[in-house]
Design a protein around this ligand. Sequence first.
Ligand code: SAM
Length: 220
Amino acid sequence: MDATQWDTRYTEEELIWGTDPNRWVVSELGSLAPGAALDLGSGEGRNAIWLAAEGWKVTAVDFSRVATERGQELARAAAERLGRDLDITWRVEDVATAEVDRSAYDAVLVSYLQLPAHERRLAMRLAARALASGGEMLVVAHDATNLTEGYGGPQDPEIHYTSRDVEDDLQDYIASGALTVERSGRVAREIEADDGTHYAWDLLLRLKGRDMHKGEVTFG
Ligand SMILES: C[S@@+](CC[C@H](N)C(=O)[O-])C[C@H]1O[C@@H](n2cnc3c(N)ncnc32)[C@H](O)[C@@H]1O
């Protein structure tokens, strides 16, 4: 889907992803000391707002203007509730081509960014370039196996992947030791529906940045 199609979808639906942060984002990033975070494909901002409320200085990038404006509204409401400002910079840009500062972010989040392989690779490599030494990169998405073994989620096989696919996207970073794989695989997400409990399969990939300055020279 391009930006116009996403804008249409966001215009037609009130709040697609809700306001609660994704559970894997909370479980994986919740114990980190806050720093600078980059949220790629931030949507309506549920994760960016949660991170900012936890004390992170967040840059949220999404090519949907409608979703971004909704995120800004939600952030204003959250700030009012909390009685303090939330530090979020909102950018309406394509994650395959956005200019991001290299080695600048202590956490880089890619949450349910379901893209065809070529665009996904560009986005993942941009995410890796943005990661600071010692930083954490977290990718969560609908796992490819969810299509046949899991509940709900999009049904287009072209935009599904596994954590191994992302490892392949970043193979040179991993092989050189610039990125270390801390966790890679699929996780079951419980969903309560009217007809009972179901399970969706998500991929979860967590990488740690080391010597990311090397990336300025070696990696594209
Ligand atoms: C499924 S939503 C997930 C939103 C958010 N990460 C979350 O977990 O709530 C995917 C988001 O990615 C955005 N997106 C898709 N392709 C993109 C691209 N090439 N550049 C920037 N944003 C993109 C869409 O606009 C949409 O908001």
